[in-house]
Write a protein that binds this ligand. Structure first.
Ligand SMILES: Cc1cc2nc3c(=O)[nH]c(=O)nc-3n(C[C@H](O)[C@H](O)[C@H](O)COP(=O)(O)OP(=O)(O)OC[C@H]3O[C@@H](n4cnc5c(N)ncnc54)[C@H](O)[C@@H]3O)c2cc1C
Length: 341
């Protein structure tokens, strides 16, 4: 965590993507005590996931890689030294009697704030589940949607389910350490990188295409075997396995924030022209919002919605003061910072 953290913040920005980062800079420009909370251990939102791609539609920048844009955004966001909390997924919000908020993360940490700006993109990714009876019984013990290390599978009989890059990567990583590795995929071809599929065919991994897991068998919480259904040959076989790794992709989800009582339509938070949500003191901007005329999935949209929200937050916190947008060219602190460097 960077900067001061243990007191009330004027605004807490949830999400450290392009929208949240630019909003943090703008909040600093407006003298708001600001905190950013990001679920990932790094900033940039979606940008780090396509870091080599070149963007041509960021105003004033002819061409820039997503990696360089992330670096520039982060540098700019740090201008006024906001507090930054990493690896904290905000789940709960409590409104106190005085109108301020407590935000509680999945790690149990509480963050106190006067206002909230949700810049959470499409939310976080939630793995698509294996749709087999009893699957939940083994989830977290012998049925996995990811694992910190492949080491826990050493010497085990492991079945990987899926046909994309992640499934093939898992099968390759397990090939040299597991006792047995099977890869089951419902289609007749893998959708993964060709080179990796070719590499996989040279290992001992047992490939089962046009097939799917039909049933899981075991007792006392121990997985013993699975029934595999062969969709083309219309037959079934039984396979002894200790562990299953499911790689069926993931879909974005707003998670616990859906329970905050905000007006949400088609997985987007509904805001007015000031980016105010249906709840007083809670604002939203970027990919997560919807309003008439919203251009979805554009970084430039978040760059105007963030400042709109921050200007409104300034007015919300200072109801008696007239609040107008300000110019950076006249900003004494910015002039001082840039004249120094
Ligand atoms: C391959 C690809 C190419 C693209 N190319 C372009 C392009 O050329 N031009 C363009 O304008 N746009 C492009 N986009 C879209 C652009 O990346 C998004 O519009 C932009 O990232 C949205 O920014 P955001 O800050 O609103 O959300 P995001 O970038 O999604 O950031 C949201 C952040 O919030 C965090 N978060 C979510 N929930 C929580 C929570 N509960 N607690 C804490 N943190 C949370 C997430 O971890 C994430 O870091 C592209 C997108 C993709 C996938």
């Amino acid at each position: 965590m960077a900067g001061e953290t243990n007191s009330y913040f004027d605004v807490t920005i949830i999400g450290g993507g392009p929208t949240g980062l630019f909003a943090a800079f703008y909040a600093g420009m407006r003298d708001l005590k600001t905190k950013i909370i990001e679920a990932a251990p790094f900033l940039g939102g979606k940008l780090p996931y396509y870091s080599e791609k070149v963007l041509y539609d960021v105003g004033g920048i002819e061409a820039i890689t997503a990696r360089d844009l992330t670096m520039q955004l982060e540098k700019q966001a740090r201008t006024f030294e906001p507090a930054i909390a990493y690896s904290q997924l905000i789940e709960k919000m409590e409104r106190l009697e005085d109108g301020t908020f407590h935000l509680i993360s999945n790690t149990g940490e509480t963050h106190s704030t006067r206002t909230i700006l949700l810049a959470i993109g499409y939310g976080t990714l939630v793995s698509n589940k294996l749709e087999v009876p009893n699957a939940e019984r083994y989830e977290g013990s012998h049925l996995h949607y990811g694992a910190k290390s492949v080491d826990r599978f050493r010497g085990k009989r492991v079945l990987v389910s899926g046909g994309g890059d992640s499934a093939v990567d898992w099968a390759l990583a397990l090939a040299s350490i597991a006792k047995y590795v099977g890869l089951v995929h419902r289609r007749d071809e893998f959708r993964a990188h060709e080179g990796n599929v070719a590499q996989l065919r040279n290992t001992a991994v047992h490939l089962m295409t046009s097939s799917r897991i039909k049933e899981i068998h075991g007792s006392d919480g121990q997985m013993e075997s699975v029934t595999i259904e062969h969709l083309d040959k219309k037959g079934i076989t039984s396979l002894d396995v200790d562990e299953i790794v499911v790689c069926h992709g993931a879909k974005p989800d707003l998670g616990e924030i859906k329970k905050w009582g905000l007006k949400i339509e088609r997985d987007r938070i509904v805001v007015d022209a000031w980016m105010q949500t249906s709840a007083e003191g809670i604002f939203a901007a970027g990919d997560v919002v919807d309003y008439p005329g919203k251009l979805p999935g554009l970084i430039a949209g978040g760059f105007t919605e963030g400042p709109a929200a921050i200007n409104r937050i300034k007015a919300y916190l200072n109801p008696r003061q007239e609040v107008r947008p300000i110019w950076s060219t006249d900003h004494a602190k910015l002039l001082a910072i840039h004249n120094e460097s």
